[in-house]
Ligand binder design. Sequence first.
Ligand code: ADP
Length: 616
Amino acid sequence: MRFTVRPVCLTLAGMLALAVPAWAAEPPIRVGVLAYRGGDHANAVWEPTVRYLAERFPGRGAEMVPLDLPGMEAAVGAGSVDFVLTNTGNYVELEARHGVTRIATLHSSRAGASGAAVGSAVIARAGREDIRSLGDLKGKTVMAVDPDAFGGFQVAWGEMLKAGVDPYGDLKGLRFSGFPVDRIAFAVRDGEVDAGVLRACVLEELAQEGRLDPAQFHVVAPRAAPGFGCALSTGLYPDWPLARLASTPEDLAKAVVVALFQMPADHPAALAGGYEGWTVPMDYQPVHGLFRSLRIGPYEHLRDVTLLDLAREHWHWLALAALALLWWAAHSLRVEHLIKVRTAELRDANRELRREMAERRRAEDTARERQKEMDHVARLSILGEMASNIAHELNQPLGAIANYARGCTRRLEAGVGTAAEFAEASRAIAAQADRAGQIIARIRDFVRKRAARLEPADVNGAVEAALELCAGRARSANIPVTRALAAGLPPVLADRVQIEQVVLNLVKNALDAMEGVAGGAAGEGGGVTVRTGLDGEGRVEIAVADRGHGLSAEAGTRLFDPFFTTKPGGMGLGLSICRTIVESHGGHLWATDNPGGGAIVRFVLPAAAEEHADAP
Ligand code: ADP
């Protein structure tokens, strides 16, 4: 609220025009007055003082400009007044913001021994025993006139903070009534609020005016200030100063100070203002101290919260955060430790795994080597069993060679025979020698110790080679061996010698089973039949069927067990090695009864994939 500038025109130029001619023709001195209880009150209190000045400057006169706090700020900012008569707090602000300078301090009739006269009285309704100290205000509702009122709020605010109560944080409610301040006393009296803050002496003034009954109130945390006549809850600060603006001429300021200092204590102006004249400007540093602690007015910038303030205010949260951080750090360390331990364990496990893998690889290599040895031994063993037959087989070409040679010798000795006949005999000898050589080469191939070599192999070829090796035995046992080899079979990816070995083993077993079986070779389908063809899944199947004694019940289940044999000189390794060989080629070997008597042992091998089919 800004009171309309109602200049109480006190120009008494006419009266005293000749007294101080220097000020003639000058505009009146304008004194801005803080009307904290409304314009009328300000007029009543301060008009006589301004009139006094007007009297002292007859050629110029003086006028009073009643202003509220914002009005004061605006008037000083605009330079529309020459002097300001304002409350202590407002003065400190104007001093800092606009460079106004105090030139005299009011000497209040109620001033204490120190000369200071401004303080606050915190009042509560009489009988409110729960509000005795300023600390009791915590959680209560409090009313003051205005946040900017010095004695009316700020002094009490500082005192409350000292008592541990922040009006802006610890109260249930903080309300501002605005001027006039009477409302505060009424609100306290009527129980609208628990307590009120009044500028010291306002309570007494209102009582004097008969507007309230002081018995209805008590002053909270009352304190005594030597020589000070009003009830008080706080310390005292200097009273209102008269201040000049920076733009106010020096000589005018001096003249005004002189005029004020010369005012007698019993002057009507002093009586009306309730003071006893003017005195030298007092020290307003305590006010600065208060404002600094409240961080208001010129010290508002201190409100920019510093880290330290935050830390002080929220220390418990910070402590909690620090604890949480500590926990987190400990947790992280623990997790890191666990990870390290786990990593070490994993590394060990890895090392162990690698060692086991190497061992396994070694074991596999050894097993493969053993298998190779076994194959070899098995081949030697089969060959051993058939040695006499093979010898017999070799005997034929050797016998033929000997016959041819002997015939040639006889003819030569008898002097008969033509060159053509001798050439023919030589060719026959060479052919028989080749045949014998082939048999020996095949045997050598068969028994050679060698690593398995997979390559596309013709199954029928392998069958033929195997049958060649046992043809002699079959013949001598008088057992016919029938070939039923399918044409156009796809090659299999296999070690040809091993396939030969399997076929030879199966045929040998078939011959063994048939030897001594009466009528085994006789009749339709008698003897041993070796059949090749494709099974339903496109695999190459080789079956060796015989009409021998067939599989006994025990042999049916233990046929492939190593060392299972029913033969007097048998080792019982043949079929178990055959199965290992076939399975290492991705195939399968099994035995069934031959429906016509005897047994059929078959095995299948997967056909070589296309990309291998053409490989050499
Ligand atoms: P071995 O020939 O040294 O006995 P094998 O593993 O080749 O070892 O054969 C094991 C056993 O399986 C033979 O002793 C025999 O009892 C039986 N057996 C193998 N083939 C036949 C077959 N075609 N007919 C009947 N029994 C067979």
